[in-house]
Write a protein that binds this ligand. Structure first.
Ligand code: ZN
Length: 239
């Protein structure tokens, strides 16, 4: 079956191998066979093989059913993924049970971290926040991380602060983020949950790659990250 594309000039098509290309030429002719899609550019006869159009209504109009490309699958996942049963993933919550029997006491929080994320375009905002923090808060200030580090998927720096500073530092960061994304997480001896489930965000959240970290077990608390302030403030906090 042949379909003239005179009126369908700009379409995304998907090429075998999952590369996207865009057809913007007016005179494409697409020939559909049931097991093969093929597109030719008439004037130079350059073939564009293995092209399936991903505009379902158009495809349905051509042949009713979009058939797979003939031949053995080259997918690393093989040919049986469609028959897999739906399974429940391992719970992401910190308790072994899906619904914990008891809440965790808030006193499990021993300190907090604030991770300020930035990139090559807005790093000067991060520098301004860092400078303001150094002037005002007795915190544990970490290094500049100009590459993703640990679970943090973009450049960042962090400072740690004690729980008594929470009602001051968090509102201060809300007002002084300069639009940057900031992760605030507690330290409870369960770093995985601290980063994935107990977090607060200023502005947009972003992925935190801690899913492979060790799950919480009783006794982990001894690993609770300590905060040892290394900054002596010099400026009276504005209020
Ligand atoms: Zn942290």
């Amino acid at each position: 079956m042949t379909v003239l594309w005179r009126d369908v000039f700009t379409k995304h098509v998907i090429v075998q191998g999952w590369k996207y290309i865009k057809i913007s030429h007016a005179n494409f002719c697409v020939q559909f066979a049931r097991r093969m899609s093929r597109c030719e550019k008439p004037e130079d006869k350059e073939p564009y093989s293995h092209i399936s159009i991903i505009t379902p209504s158009h495809v349905r109009a051509v042949d009713g059913v979009l058939a797979p490309i003939e031949g053995p699958s080259e997918s690393p996942w093989g040919n049986n993924t469609a028959s897999q049963e739906t399974t429940q993933p391992f719970p992401v919550r910190p308790d072994k049970e899906i619904l914990p029997d008891h809440p965790r006491p808030y006193t499990a929080i021993k300190s907090y971290h604030a991770h300020i994320y930035f990139d090559e375009d807005n790093y000067k905002k991060a520098a301004r926040i860092r400078h303001w923090v150094i002037e005002r808060f007795p915190v544990e200030l970490g290094d500049w991380n100009t590459e993703p580090r640990g679970p943090h998927v973009s450049p960042s720096f962090y400072f740690g602060f004690t729980t008594d500073l929470f009602p001051i530092v968090v509102p201060w960061l809300q007002l002084n983020s300069l639009g940057l994304t900031i992760l605030i997480h507690p330290n409870t001896g369960d770093p995985r949950s601290d980063h994935l489930h107990y977090s607060l965000w200023v502005n947009r959240s972003q992925p935190v790659n801690a899913y492979s970290w060790r799950r919480f077990e009783d006794g982990n608390e001894k690993d609770t990250e300590e905060v040892n302030p290394n900054i002596d403030p010099t400026v009276v906090l504005e209020s």
